[in-house]
Design a protein around this ligand. Structure first.
Ligand SMILES: [Zn+2]
Length: 689
């Protein structure tokens, strides 16, 4: 009986979590990078060469921007102590998590003529700047490790040890980065890895996105942190946000993030080149340490390992929980990800709640006043800025870009413009447009303006024709018929492609693919359109979205979704209720029609029990003592619940486990467990199914 029970339980639970807010995708990308000849008509993955229209668009980008401005490169290279000769980080199973060899095609200084015809020259410049990898001295006591993962790890030398700011996404990358730093800073600071002379004296998590905290267990264990009383400082609300932001909707976001971050794409000029923020997240093992000290107001002062820190609490800015800080003695401040050297996302394409542009902008304005004395800015991504005047210019433009998009979107909405029209019309003023740090390498004016509209007015633009439209496959079939059939639509789509009208070609051919997904010529034609749209995009997120669309039209959706095992150490700290919410959101309403059931669920190790009520195809949970009238009951440890959930405990482990027990009717429990979906995270996006 036990084996049957357990098997069902696995189906019931799986799919409840994915990792933090940068989303996730599949295991690492193709191991090898190939750099096709610019002129090769088709590369091994099917990506086509740049069209004349794309080359012309790139020429226009070159003419409109001073891409050779050397200041950013100078800043990105400044203070280099050491560069890893080879950086290939694997997990215990030998999977490659991080390999700089994948990005070898970005080696060398930026020359605008070097930009391949298949990459927007402005994005190529950013991709090269983000390829400055190594250990850098920001100032006497501040060091940064850049290029060991998506984000930066910053080390501040305190009186007795290292204050670690943002320990990367994965245990493995964090460990490698810190070891590299100690290897090179050892002689200077009398420290080496594991050397008691220079331990980690504090950890600061700037915000609740996984690329800034989830590698922490690669540096210190929970026991060590507690035993040595190492302060862990984080913004208010950090733990709940960091662990549970995506539990409910995780599988959908994870699937969509495969488009935004391009983990399935080959690395190369016809594939992934950058994410705008850095290269890409390392898909390794995630963990967290609960904060021992939480910043909840502004300004808040702390003495950390002999240095005075002044914190700004900035919840609801770039992340739901975020802080920035100033170290007056070092005349330096950390802007976390509230500011960065790109326009950020008010809406993120993987799908997430829209951020508040006005609040975000106001935090940056506050930062200008709080950190007026700082001579050095450094952040959670990208490279630092030295000098008060340049820092002020940077902060003002970051502040203004979000406020401009906010104010002008609202203004245009007052005149009756719809989101499509606003996105098409809105253009940044010249002073912002010509500044690289607010250009759209990650967020874009177009999708951020739509986000502002959405925040105020939601998905409906007010036009009755858009109130209840036919689903894509149905309207596509009618359009194709009306336009004279598949061959005609294909011909018109190809003609639009030939004219370089890619957005129109995408619309036509998308109708054709949705009406006739089996039509290989239609799929390939649409893929070729996406190739060009991807090559032209300045935003890395747009590029990866289009190119992943092309890849999936040619090769289909992925076979597997995100490997949830990696996130178990993170999930342990998530509130139990979030998992129960997630369970309710996986209830197959149709299968549950007419059922009325009560199930007791007890987490024996937590000494908490919940009564689950199913009625009217809705599942509720309440924390109550077990209901003696319940149809069934299950007693389980939270740990086993999680391990089953993440797939780290299989049938064998649990077959004889005393961590699980069933009360009441096994048949009722069995029936109940069969009611829940198991999302695979592999659904189709560019085809109807
Ligand atoms: Zn980040």
């Amino acid at each position: 009986m036990r084996s049957r029970k357990n098997r069902l339980w696995i189906c019931f639970l799986t799919g409840a979590i994915t990792l933090g807010s940068w989303g996730c995708g599949e295991p690492p990308p193709l191991e090898t990078t190939y750099v096709p000849d610019d002129d090769a008509p088709v590369d091994p993955a099917g990506f086509t060469s740049a069209s004349e229209a794309t080359r012309a668009a790139h020429a226009q980008v070159k003419a409109s921007l001073d891409l050779q401005d050397p200041q950013d490169l100078f800043d990105a290279e400044r203070g280099l102590i050491a560069r890893p000769g080879k950086l290939r980080i694997e997990d215990d199973e030998g999977r490659v998590l991080w390999d700089l060899g994948h990005y070898q095609f970005l080696e060398g200084d930026f020359q605008e003529d070097d930009a391949p015809a298949t990459v927007n020259p402005s994005l190529w410049r950013q991709a090269k700047l983000n390829h400055q990898i190594g250990l850098y001295r920001v100032s006497d006591r501040i060091y940064q490790l850049r290029g060991f993962d998506l984000a930066n790890m910053t080390l501040i030398r305190g009186q007795s040890g290292w204050i670690v700011v943002d320990p990367l996404t994965a245990e493995q990358t964090a460990r490698a980065a810190f070891a590299f730093a100690m290897e090179h800073l050892g002689s200077e600071h009398g420290s080496a890895v594991g050397d008691e002379a220079a331990p980690i004296s504090a950890v600061i998590f700037t915000h609740s996105h996984a690329d800034h905290f989830a590698g922490v267990l690669g540096l210190i264990s929970a026991e060590e942190a507690t035993g040595k009383r190492i302060p862990i400082i984080a913004p208010g609300g950090f733990l709940a946000e960091a662990t549970s932001e995506n539990i409910l909707a995780g599988p959908t976001m994870a699937r969509r993030s495969m488009f935004m971050f391009g983990p399935r794409l080959p690395r190369g000029p016809r594939g992934h080149v950058d994410s705008g923020l850095g290269k890409a997240p390392a898909y390794g093992k995630l963990g967290i340490l609960p904060p021992t000290d939480v910043i909840t107001s502004t300004p808040e002062r702390r003495r950390i390992d002999g240095l005075e820190f002044i914190f700004q609490n900035a919840p609801g800015s770039e992340a739901p929980a975020e802080l920035t800080f100033h170290v007056p003695e070092l005349k330096a401040f950390c802007g976390a990800e509230v500011v960065s050297r790109t326009q950020h996302n008010l809406y993120t394409l993987r799908g997430a709640q829209v951020r508040d542009a006005l609040a975000w902008s106001a935090y940056i304005d506050e930062m200008i006043r709080l950190y007026a004395d700082a001579e050095i800015y450094f952040g959670s991504h990208h490279w630092p800025i030295w000098g008060r005047a340049r820092i002020l210019d940077f902060l003002e433009k970051q502040r203004d870009v979000y406020k401009f998009i906010h104010d002008q979107t609202v203004r245009l909405s007052l005149q009756g413009f719809t989101p499509d029209e606003i996105a098409e019309t809105l253009e940044l003023p010249e002073e912002l447009r010509s500044s690289f740090s607010v250009r759209g390498y990650y967020g874009t004016v177009k999708h951020n303006a739509r986000a502002v509209y959405q925040r105020f007015f939601g998905w409906f633009d007010g036009n009755p024709a858009h109130l209840d439209p036919l689903p894509a496959a149905q309207s596509a079939a009618k359009y194709v018929e009306l336009l004279g059939g598949a061959d005609r639509v294909l011909k018109e789509g190809r003609a639009a492609y030939d004219r370089g009208e890619y957005r129109w070609a995408a619309e036509l051919l998308n109708h054709l693919v949705f009406a006739h997904p089996e039509n290989a010529e239609a799929r390939e034609s649409l893929a070729q359109v996406y190739d060009q749209l991807g090559y032209q995009a300045e935003s890395a997120a747009w590029r990866d979205t289009y190119l992943t669309g092309a890849l999936e039209l040619r090769h289909g959706p992925p076979e597997t979704g995100f490997d949830q095992k990696q996130a178990i150490d993170l999930a342990r700290h998530a509130p139990v209720e979030r998992f129960l919410d997630a369970m309710a959101a996986r209830l197959d309403a149709e299968a549950a029609t007419g059922l009325d059931m009560t199930v007791n669920l007890t987490f024996t190790d937590l000494r908490r029990s919940f009564v689950l009520r199913l009625e009217r195809s809705v599942l509720h949970h309440r924390e109550l003592p077990p209901d003696p009238e319940a149809d069934a009951g299950l007693e389980i440890t939270f740990d086993l619940y999680l391990r089953l959930n993440m797939g780290t405990a299989g049938l064998k482990d649990t077959l004889f486990s005393d961590q699980l027990d069933v009360d009441g009717s096994r048949i009722a429990l069995l029936r109940f467990m069969r009611l829940f979906d198991k999302p695979s995270g592999t659904f189709a996006i560019v085809t109807p199914d």
